[in-house]
Design a protein. Structure first.
Length: 476
């Protein structure tokens, strides 16, 4: 009973205990859960930290690799170690004491540095400065508007590659000006990885020709004479000229309204309609350009609109090309020749690049070296045009004949006679006529025809002039 009672009495207690136990169990459960959550949170945090640390490390490693990769360039870029080397060469001699500068990717030279070499006089003030070539020609002045890229050569506006600028009393202009606009001058620029080399090369023809006379035996001179002689060679005998002459934009021959008029007394067997606009260009002076030893083209001159010549000789050579107007006019001329029974004419040479002409010239010089020694180059110039002085670089002329090789005997053929009498109808002139070597500097070439457009071609052929003489006559 007691026991029962006890039990009975204890029962509620045990129920309480049980409840307490339950509560404790729940608490423990909750505690456990909390601990687990805490652990999870801690693990997550650790993972995040580990992730952050490792990704930072990876990022740093990438940065280091990139830094190593670009280290060399970055270092040199910062230090600007690009080596710049600007030379001025008179023939084969390097000229020292040149005031030069490099700005915005342009090589500059002070005007006074070249005055002795070219033999020019500098005049003007801080707004405008001019150089006047010390020779007998009338067209010989270039004026520079200080601080701008504007210049005027013999009355014609041109632009420098970069603005000129004053430094003290000195006017600095881009060195490329001389190569572009002064005769016997070229500018070569080579850029390798960290070196940039630019050379302004000035040719002194008389100096080169004079050399042999210096070695003459028994021709002993005192030093004063030699100095005077040298100065003469440099300042006067060279006669450097500007490549731009004033007559191009103001032709003395003015016949207004010429364009579009039908050409009297000219009859064609072929249909000339589609060729007319090429033979007789709207701007009749467009192709009236003198190219010779005194008026060379720059080494980088390449005509645009080079067009294949369908009358290129078919003996395996490359298809020859000319400027489009000249190519079309030549096509008309040779079609007309064929229509008149002269169908054996073909073109052996049209446009030639500067480098090709140089190869021809160098080969000729080499072949004469044994016989003429130091004089080989001058001798080569008698038969092969010095690079830059060949009309073939202009794409306005062509060699055409029906012989295996170009020869003066072509002048005896009826094909030549036809060409001579009819070339002007197609805008062409016989460029190197017989008996005019003293004017053109080139022997009689019955095969070489030059395009100038019909207007001027008629006048030149009618009067029996060379292009040199004709250009001169326009000045009067
Ligand atoms: Zn030729």
């Amino acid at each position: 009973m007691d026991h029962n009672q006890n039990k009975h009495i204890r029962n509620p207690n045990s129920e309480k205990e049980m409840q307490q136990d339950k509560l404790a169990a729940v608490k423990a459960q909750k505690l456990k859960q909390m601990r687990t959550q805490q652990m999870n949170r801690m693990r997550r945090r650790q993972r995040t930290i580990a992730y952050l640390v490792s990704s930072t490390v990876v990022f740093l490693v990438i940065l280091i690799i990139l830094a190593i990769l670009f280290h060399i360039d970055a270092g040199i870029g910062n230090k600007d170690q690009t080596e710049r080397n600007f030379k001025i060469m008179l023939n084969d001699d390097s000229i020292s004491k040149i005031k030069s500068d490099f700005k915005n990717g342009e090589h500059y030279v002070a005007l006074s540095s070249l005055s002795d070499i070219y033999g020019y006089i500098i005049s003007g003030d801080k707004n405008e400065m001019a150089i006047t070539m010390n020779n007998k020609k009338n067209d010989n002045t270039a004026a520079f508007k200080v601080g701008t890229d504007e210049a005027v050569i013999n009355g014609i506006s041109v632009f420098l590659d970069a603005p000129s600028y004053l430094s003290g009393e000195e006017l600095y202009i881009p060195a490329s000006f001389f190569a572009k606009y002064v005769s016997d001058t070229s500018f070569i620029q080579k850029t390798k990885k960290h070196t940039e080399q630019a050379t302004l090369r000035i040719q002194s023809k008389e100096n080169a020709e004079k050399k042999p006379s210096k070695t003459k035996k028994g021709d002993v001179k005192n030093t004063e004479d030699k100095t005077t002689e040298k100065n003469n060679i440099i300042s006067e005998k060279n006669n450097y000229t500007f490549k731009i002459t004033g007559n191009k934009t103001t032709p003395a021959v003015s016949e207004s309204g010429y364009y579009g008029k039908s050409v009297q007394n000219y009859e064609y067997k072929i249909d000339i309609t589609n060729y007319e606009k090429f033979i007789n260009p709207e701007n009749k002076d467009q192709y009236l350009i003198l190219i010779n030893q005194d008026h060379p083209l720059t080494a980088d001159y390449v005509p645009d609109s080079l067009t294949d010549l369908i009358f290129t000789r078919k003996d395996g050579r490359a298809v020859q090309k000319m400027q489009k107007a000249a190519a079309m006019s030549l096509e008309a001329m040779l079609k007309e020749a064929a229509a008149n029974g002269f169908d054996t004419l073909s073109v052996t040479s049209g446009y030639r690049s500067y480098s090709y002409q140089k190869t021809l010239f160098d080969n000729q010089t080499a072949s004469l070296k044994g016989q003429y020694g130091d004089k080989a180059q001058a001798k080569a110039a008698e038969s092969v045009a010095v690079p830059g002085t060949s009309e073939h670089q202009s794409g306005l002329c062509a060699d055409l004949h029906n012989l295996p090789e170009a020869s003066q005997t072509f002048a005896n053929t009826k094909e030549y006679k036809w060409l001579y009498e009819n070339c002007a109808k197609f805008g062409f002139i016989l460029r190197f006529p017989n008996g005019k070597q003293n004017v053109t500097g080139i022997i009689f070439e019955p095969w070489h025809y030059r395009f100038v457009g019909r207007y001027h071609a008629q006048k030149i052929m009618e009067q029996g002039l060379t292009l040199e003489e004709y250009m001169q006559s326009l000045k009067k």
